[in-house]
Design a binder for this molecule. Structure first.
Ligand SMILES: [Zn+2]
Length: 432
């Protein structure tokens, strides 16, 4: 935690301010130029020159334990999710804790570079690794190692069939007792509807017992008969815990008849549970059984938001068997999402920005009063090489400065040169 000043940065409401940070927290926001620049040491101050600033970013859904695994040694030859599960399990065979940690460190350095200081990351029990809990042990140690820099929230995914098998059930409970933060699940992978419903109930029961949040992979399929989100929402509503429950993916909603989707969306709003959409992975994994026309398999963002459901946007896979692309940059993901979700009006950028910042932070469980660039809040922020959210998304702007509690976490400069101008620098803004 330290002291730092960022001069002349542009807030979302277009105000130009100096942000003064003392002892890791925002001490004051004053009109640009009015900050006490001279009282900060030379390496504790930064002139943003009118660039956009935001609170630190949150990644609400990824799988760090599995990152960078595609092609090591096996490749997903079909590109489907089903093949990804098989290939991913093969690639984890014999993997050591140190191997998981080495890859995690690389990926976390990418997140830091891109302004992400909090990450919710899912991990599973794996009978093919050195022991059942290799990934959990590795990620718990990594969480400790990055404490104070990039915060990790670990979601434990149970083995298929755990609801009716004491041994498998105990495995998830062991992960919780080891220190996992969130109860995960994937009921649509179960063999039958009934087993999937039990899967939901068993996960919620554990979460209730340990007082933990819940985040399920759920209805991540094109099958319109995959309907576990309704079970999750209904039971969460009954238990009154909707505000700490998340439904990730829900891609089957794309294929539901409108009448059923309407009922489900109303239920989701009543239950208070949130949804995470993962546009990069789901646009390559869905629609794989279609001829033409090919469905895109995207959940119903506009309708969910209109009903008052919080929708966050996640990265999901980072170069694993489900998607070999990805480097953890939320702006690359948001750029893609803008196209995929038909959010191509100039004015949509503000909605996209709200989802990226406030919705993602809400799903992570941050108090909305404590998240944001206000006096008293954490002195963490991101300065973009752009002046508006629209331009930040349009150009996938480098994160010029990332601060965490008043300490510099990362800096990136964009350097481009053309050789046919007298002034050889390139201006990426739209201002003419
Ligand atoms: Zn996922």
């Amino acid at each position: 935690m330290g002291d730092y000043i960022v001069k002349n940065c542009t807030l979302l409401n277009n105000d130009n301010v100096d942000i003064e940070i003392r002892d890791g927290h925002i001490d004051s926001l004053v009109r640009a130029g009015d900050g006490d620049w001279e009282s900060y040491g030379e390496n504790r101050r930064f002139d943003a020159a009118g660039r956009l600033v935001s609170p630190p970013l949150t990644e609400p859904h990824t799988h760090i334990f599995n990152a960078l695994s595609e092609g090591r040694p096996n490749k997903n030859q079909e590109g489907t999710l089903e093949q990804a599960w098989r290939t991913g399990a093969l690639n984890r065979q014999g993997k050591t804790k140190e191997a998981v940690k080495t890859r995690a460190r690389r990926v976390i350095s990418w997140f830091a570079t891109y302004g992400v200081t909090r990450v919710r990351t899912h991990l599973s029990i794996s009978e093919t690794e050195a022991n059942l809990y290799t990934s959990a042990e590795a990620m718990l140690e990594i969480r400790e190692e990055f404490d104070g820099l990039v915060e990790l929230q670990l979601v434990g995914l149970p083995a298929k069939g755990f609801a009716r098998d004491d041994e498998l059930y105990d495995q998830l409970e062991t992960m919780i007792e080891m220190g996992i933060d969130v109860v995960g699940g994937w009921p649509h992978r179960e063999d039958t509807r009934e087993k999937g419903v039990d899967h939901v109930y068993a996960g919620l029961e554990l979460a209730e017992r340990y007082g933990l949040p819940v985040d399920f992979h759920i209805d991540e399929t094109d099958d319109p008969n995959s309907r576990y989100t309704e079970v999750l929402a209904s039971k969460s509503k009954e238990l009154g815990i909707g505000d700490r429950v998340t439904a990730s993916h829900t891609t089957a909603m794309h294929s539901y008849p409108n009448a059923y989707a309407d009922k489900l969306i109303r239920l989701l709003a009543e239950s208070g549970i949130s949804v995470v959409t993962n546009p990069l992975s789901n646009c390559v994994l869905q629609g794989r059984y279609d001829d033409y026309p090919r469905r895109r398999g995207h959940t119903r963002i506009d309708e969910l938001e209109a009903a008052g459901v919080t929708v966050a946007v996640g990265q999901d896979d980072i170069s694993d068997s489900a998607n070999p692309y990805g480097d953890g940059d939320p702006l690359k993901m948001l750029f893609h999402f803008a196209h995929f979700a038909h959010k191509n009006r100039l004015d949509d950028a503000k909605d996209l920005w709200r989802m990226l910042t406030y919705s993602n932070a809400e799903v992570y469980g941050l108090d909305p009063n404590e998240y944001g660039l206000s006096e008293g809040n954490e002195g963490s922020l991101v300065v973009y090489d752009a002046e508006t959210p629209f331009d930040a998304i349009r150009t996938i702007a480098p994160r010029t400065l990332v601060l965490s509690y008043g300490e510099p976490l990362a800096k990136t400069d964009r350097t481009s040169t053309v050789f046919y101008n007298e002034d050889d620098s390139v201006d990426f803004s739209r201002e003419i």
